[in-house]
Design a protein around this ligand. Structure first.
Ligand SMILES: Nc1ncnc2c1ncn2[C@@H]1O[C@H](COP(=O)(O)OP(=O)(O)O)[C@@H](O)[C@H]1O
Ligand SMILES: [Mg+2]
Length: 417
C-alpha cells in the first residue's frame, strides 16, 4: 500500500484537483484507491459528488478525542468500485483545537490507517492549505509526498516551509519520504513559465514528474459537476494529463519496490546544477540547508536512482520481429496505423511510449467488419503499447511481439525503422 500526501501550503496550486483526478485515474487503471479528504473545506468530497452533511461520520471522527472508538471502515464511502473516500466536513476544522495538547495527536491518522481492513493499492491524502496538525498527521502517515506546483513567480516561495516540516518529521520519527513534484495549471510555454519550469527541475531533478497538468477548463467544470475528469470528459486534455500522471506514478512505484538499484548506475548530481538552484532560490529569498539531515540532500540521493531513465524495463531483448499481419501496426503517410477489430467494444483507445501513455481514441471506420483505426505520428524507434478497450488494457492481438512488464503482464511492442 502506497500512502501519498498531496501537500503544499499554497492554496489554489491544484492539490484537490490532483487528489481527485489522480485517484480516479488510478482506479480507472484498476488500482484499489482510497482518497482521504483532510481539508475542512471538503473540496475533494464535493468534487466527487458526495454530500458530507448527510453522513453520520466523516474525517473528523478519525481525530476527535474518542476517535479510537470509531473504526476507519465506518467512515469510508464507496464512490465507485475501486475508488473509496473518507469525506471531510467543516467540523474537521475543530479537530486541531480539540487535539491541542493531546497525547499522540500527530499519530491519529497513521494509527487509523493501520486498522484499514481493506487492502488498498494507493491511499492519497488531500491536505489543507496550511502546515498545521492535519497536514502533520498526513505527512506522518505517508511515505510519499506529492507537491503540486503552479508555475507562477511566487510558486517556489512556499517550498522552503514544507521542506522544513518534512525535515522535522524525518528527524523526529526517523523516517524518509519520497518526494514527487508536479507542475500543474500549466498554460502556454512563455519565457517565464519556461524559466520557472527550469528552476523547479533544477531543484527537484528526477523528483519532478515528466507528466505535467495543463490548464484545462474541463477540470474546473468536472469539479463543479461533482465528478472526476474520468467520468466527466475522457476527450479532455485534463483526462490525458492525469492518466499520464497515474501511469508515471505506478511506474515510479514499480521501480521503487521491484528494481534492485545498482549504485554504480547512479549519476552524481553535477555540483554546478545544485549551486545554480541554490543561487536562483536565494534570489527568491529561499535557502536550503545542505547538512546531512536536509530533505534535499537525502531525497536527492534516494530519488536519482528511483526516477532516473532506466526505470522502464529494457525493451530490446524481448522483441521478436515477425512479418506484419494485416492488422498489425505499420507505417503509413502521417504516422503509424493502429487497427483493432471488435464487435462488442464501445470505445477503443491506444496508448504507448510514443504518446506518453496518454490514451488516444481509435475511430470505428468500418462497422461491418467492426474495424477501429487510428494513425498516430510516431518517430523511428521501439515502443511498447496497449489498447484500452472499454476500460480494459489488452495487448494487440494482431502483433505477436511483446515484452513483459515488471508486474507480471506484458505489452505489445513495435519497432519503427
Ligand atoms: N489544471 C487545471 N486547469 C484548470 N483549472 C484548474 C486546474 N487545476 C486546478 N484548477 C482550478 O483551480 C482552483 C484551485 O484548484 P485546487 O485543486 O482546488 O487547489 P488547492 O486544493 O491546492 O487549493 C479550482 O477552482 C480548480 O478547479
Ligand atoms: Mg484543496
Amino acid at each position: 500500500m502506497r500512502v501519498i500526501a498531496v501537500a503544499n501550503q499554497k492554496g489554489g496550486c491544484g492539490k484537490t484537483t490532483t487528489a481527485i483526478n489522480l485517484t480516479a485515474s488510478l482506479a480507472f487503471l484498476h488500482k484499489k484507491v482510497l482518497l482521504i479528504d483532510l481539508d475542512p473545506q471538503g473540496h475533494s468530497t464535493c468534487g466527487l459528488g458526495i454530500q458530507a452533511e448527510g453522513l453520520a461520520k466523516t474525517a473528523y471522527d478519525l481525530f476527535h478525542r474518542n476517535g479510537h472508538q470509531t473504526s476507519i471502515s465506518d467512515i469510508v464511502v464507496s464512490v465507485e468500485q475501486d475508488l473509496h473516500l473518507i469525506p471531510s466536513h467543516v467540523v474537521l476544522s475543530a479537530a486541531e483545537q480539540e487535539l491541542a495538547g493531546a497525547d499522540g495527536r500527530e499519530r491519529r491518522l497513521i494509527e487509523q490507517l493501520d486498522q484499514l481492513p481493506q487492502p488498498y493499492d494507493y491511499v492519497v491524502i488531500d491536505c489543507p492549505p496550511n502546515l498545521g496538525l492535519l497536514t502533520y498527521n498526513a505527512l506522518r502517515a505517508s511515505d510519499e509526498v506529492m507537491i503540486p506546483i503552479e508555475p507562477s513567480f511566487f510558486s517556489l516561495h512556499g517550498l522552503a516551509k514544507i521542506f522544513e516540516t518534512l525535515d522535522r518529521i524525518k528527524r523526529e520519527f526517523n523516517k524518509t519520504f519520497k518526494i514527487h513534484a508536479l507542475l500543474t495549471r500549466y498554460e502556454k510555454r512563455t519565457k517565464l513559465t519556461r524559466e520557472i519550469e527550469e528552476e523547479v527541475r533544477r531543484h527537484f531533478n528526477d523528483q519532478l514528474f515528466s507528466s505535467y497538468i495543463r490548464e484545462n477548463v474541463r477540470l474546473r467544470e468536472a469539479a463543479a459537476a461533482g465528478k472526476s475528469i474520468v467520468k466527466f470528459d475522457r476527450n479532455s486534455t485534463g483526462f490525458q494529463d492525469y492518466m499520464s500522471l497515474a501511469i508515471e506514478m505506478i511506474e515510479r512505484g514499480m521501480v521503487r519496490h521491484e528494481r534492485i538499484i545498482d549504485i554504480s548506475e547512479v549519476e552524481p548530481i553535477p555540483a554546478a546544477a545544485t549551486s545554480a538552484a541554490d543561487e536562483a532560490l536565494s534570489v527568491l529569498g529561499l535557502s536550503f540547508e545542505h547538512e546531512d539531515a536536509s530533505p534535499q540532500a537525502e531525497e536527492e540521493s534516494t530519488n536519482i536512482a528511483v526516477a532516473s531513465e532506466p526505470q522502464m524495463p529494457a525493451v530490446s531483448p524481448a522483441i521478436t520481429i515477425e512479418p506484419p499481419v494485416s492488422l498489425a501496426p505499420h507505417p503509413v503517410l502521417g504516422g503509424v496505423l493502429f487497427s483493432f477489430r471488435s464487435d462488442q467494444a464501445n470505445e477503443v483507445m491506444v496508448a504507448g511510449d510514443f504518446n506518453r501513455w496518454i490514451a488516444e481514441p481509435l475511430v470505428k471506420v468500418d462497422s461491418e467488419s467492426n474495424l477501429w483505426q487510428k494513425i498516430v505520428p510516431v518517430d523511428p524507434g521501439t515502443y511498447r503499447y496497449k489498447f484500452l478497450v472499454d476500460g480494459e488494457w489488452v495487448r494487440d492481438p494482431s502483433n505477436i511481439s511483446e515484452v513483459p512488464t515488471s508486474y507480471g503482464g506484458s505489452n505489445s511492442v513495435i519497432e519503427i525503422q
